[in-house]
Design a protein around this ligand. Structure first.
Ligand code: IVH
Length: 672
């Protein structure tokens, strides 16, 4: 029988704490490094909670805990702050060989030497810098640069990055700095997924990396596949003389480092810039220049700083990638929600190694602002953003400025502009062929029904042939075999046709949350779908949900609640769901086994700051015990969990006679 923490004596507590630490390390390694967890998140949380409780009862033992990790992210809704041991400064920029020459001369002048100096040349990774402090070989904390003096605590987030070793073979305290970045492929996939889920796209991998690192929920960071390149060490007594050796040592500790090269002259520096620029299009991550650091660390120290820049290093910034080309056409795309997007079709042009033939135009306001006509010569620019944009017309063709169509290019319906929105929409949501194709493609995509073998191209073809008219026809494809066998269609054969049919059969049972995502309700992606599924548990109840039930759900705003409510009142949607149910079983997997839990089936509201675990963790835990979490108190609320400095919710709960649970009691109950 396990003793409660309150009953534990110091020595027992110490032994248990050490064993818990070992256990947690083991599971951290499985989870973060090997991506093969052996225990559920719930079990893991229990271990961590126990560890925290012991530490809370015996604060002296905290020092023992070298991996001393705070549980999850800070509780307040914003990341907490960390003051850097040494300021995280920035670098002076160079834009030409002349600037580099001046830099070398300045350094020589300061050191009072005319000797050839050595420089370590590195790639300038386009991400955000971060500092990670280790002690006893474990991460103690990690912080973003912030304003250079105070950064944000991203300890838990940093630990999810595979490039960051969770243990290093160095016993004393040591600080590692480097760049957190998002690989281009992860960026493209993330934006694709966000588009499918109706979320705002990230403009470039740097923004995406910053947004992904600075998350309260480290699970989100983990799902974003960030990378980390280390380039700096501080606070260690290493007997290392040069930056090149620093890079070697970082590698030995298990960090990833980007390429570096020893340079002896201005010619070497210029050559490094040229070579790097040439390699740039083939790199799996974005770089925006090169960094040159005086190789000798002793010399670096002697040079000191000007303002916030060290004199020993300089950042050479690549020129923005610009090119001129002709606008051959302006294509009008219709998205699955009916949104109209103009895209410039360009005469293919080489932009620093990559051939570019399309540029985004966002919306018609932009065309008008820039006065773009088909046939014009335009300047395009790619700066950090993966999709180039037109910055200006450089030569007019004399053609008329492109004007917005009045009707949908696909179905001819009159386009409309919703109040307050810039974009135009095709309102023919149920009859427009292009919208149908886009929707069906979405419906079969990975985050929805996930039918391998069916991509945009196949959907387009099937639609054009009349094989499918609506998303539901996917499940009737086989019946259509009689008229037009898929196996004899060019590009298909017996085997691939059978494979597709098998894949479709595998989807005759779909989870409620997936089905909700696949409905394509604007703004409803995986997270909200899960929330809805957990709360309503079957499609019928969700369809019947009142606006008030939806607004109550934590994470749903008024507008979204309205959108969802209206969606389920639309006749065509009702028919679609009815028909779908005849073809596919929609199931909801209860994640809870323990229906005796105090939280099972309850509606819970949190207020105030919890000290032992983050709000997010608390939510996850009660959800895993069968509760749903609401943001506001109402007559339906069952329990209000109260932390420090509770807001007016506590007041309201008292008024309504809702059960109030203090944090201590809450922790005890979730451990039962
Ligand atoms: S060294 C005193 N090395 O560029 C600052 N920085 O413009 C020392 N960066 O804030 C930084 N790659 O975020 C250094 N190989 C590299 C880098 C690099 C990217 C970023 C870093 C820094 C900014 C300076």
């Amino acid at each position: 029988m396990v003793k409660s923490v309150l009953e534990l004596q110091f020595e027992e507590a110490k032994t248990e704490l050490q064993s818990l630490q070992r256990e947690l390390e083991y599971h951290d390694d499985l989870y973060y490094n090997k991506a093969e967890p052996e225990i559920s998140d719930w079990e893991y949380d229990q271990l961590r909670l126990r560890l925290n409780e012991i530490e809370a009862k015996f604060p002296e033992l905290k020092k023992l805990n070298s991996s001393s990790q705070k549980v999850g992210a800070p509780v307040s809704g914003v990341l907490s702050k960390i003051t850097h041991k040494k300021p995280m400064l920035s670098l002076e920029n160079a834009f030409s060989t002349e600037d580099l020459e001046n830099f070398i001369e300045r350094v020589q002048g300061f050191l009072n030497t005319s000797e050839n100096l050595e420089f370590c040349a590195e790639r300038k990774i386009d991400g955000l810098s971060a500092s990670i402090v280790y002690n006893n070989g474990y991460i103690v904390y990690a912080a973003t640069r912030g304003d250079g003096y105070v950064g944000e605590d991203v300890t838990e987030n940093i630990k999810t990055i595979l490039d960051v070793p969770k243990r290093i073979d160095y016993a004393s305290e040591i600080e590692i700095r480097g760049e957190v970045y998002m690989p281009i492929q992860s960026f493209t996939e993330l934006n694709k997924q966000r588009e499918e889920n109706g979320k705002k796209l990230f403009a470039n991998p740097r923004n995406a990396a910053a947004g992904s690192l600075r998350q309260l929920d480290a699970e989100v960071t983990k799902s974003r596949n960030l990378g980390f390149f280390a380039y700096y060490i501080d606070g260690a007594d290493l007997n290392i003389a040069t930056q090149i050796e620093v890079m070697g040592f970082l590698k030995k500790l298990g960090f990833s480092t980007a390429e570096c090269r020893l340079c002896h002259s201005l010619t070497d520096l210029a050559k490094y810039c040229q070579d790097t620029l040439q390699k740039r299009p083939d790199l799996p991550y974005e770089i925006d220049g090169a960094v040159f650091k005086l190789n000798s660390l002793k010399f670096q120290e002697r040079l000191g700083f000007v303002g916030r820049n060290p004199r020993h290093s300089i950042a050479y910034k690549f020129p923005a990638e610009e090119a001129e080309t002709k606008v051959l056409d302006i294509a009008i795309g219709v998205g699955r929600t009916g949104k109209i997007t103009p895209v410039a079709i360009l005469e293919p042009v080489n932009l620093n190694g990559a051939m570019v033939s399309r540029a985004t135009l966002h919306n018609f306001n932009e065309i008008e602002r820039k006065q773009i006509a088909i046939g014009d010569t335009v300047k395009i620019l790619r700066s950090g953003d993966v999709i180039p944009k037109i910055i200006a017309v450089t030569q007019k063709s004399g053609n008329e400025i492109f004007t917005m169509p009045k009707t949908c290019p696909s179905c001819g319906a009159e386009l409309i502009q919703y109040p307050g929105l810039v974009d135009l929409y095709c309102p023919n949501h149920y009859g427009c062929p292009e919208q149908a194709v886009r929707y069906i493609s979405y419906f079969v995509s990975k985050s929805c029904l996930d039918i391998p073998g069916l991509g945009e191209k196949q959907v387009e073809e099937f639609f054009a042939e009349g094989r499918i008219k609506t998303a539901l026809d996917i499940f009737k494809l086989k019946e259509k075999e009689i008229d037009a066998p898929l196996a004899s269609k060019p590009g298909w054969g017996k085997v691939s046709a059978q494979k597709l049919y098998d894949a479709i059969e595998m989807r005759r049972n779909v989870s409620l949350e997936r089905f909700v995502v696949s409905l394509g309700i604007p703004g409803v992606g995986e997270v909200i779908a899960q929330l809805l599924a957990d709360r309503f548990k079957n499609i019928g109840s969700l369809q019947k949900a009142e606006k008030a039930d939806l607004v109550e759900l934590d994470g749903l705003g008024d507008l979204m609640a309205e959108e969802i409510y209206e969606f389920f009142r639309n006749d065509i949607n009702i028919r679609f769901i009815d028909e779908f149910k005849k073809l596919v079983a929609i199931s909801y997997q209860e994640k809870i086994i323990d229906s005796n839990s105090a939280f099972y089936g309850k509606i819970i509201v949190f207020t105030g700051t919890l000290s032992r675990l983050s709000r997010n963790e608390a939510k996850q835990i009660v959800i895993s015990k069968g509760a749903s979490v609401a943001s506001a108190i109402s007559g339906k609320t069952d329990i209000v969990v109260v932390g420090e400095n509770p807001g007016s919710k506590l007041h309201k709960a008292t008024e309504l006679g809702v059960q109030i649970m203090r944090e201590e009691e809450f922790i005890q109950d979730i451990q039962r």
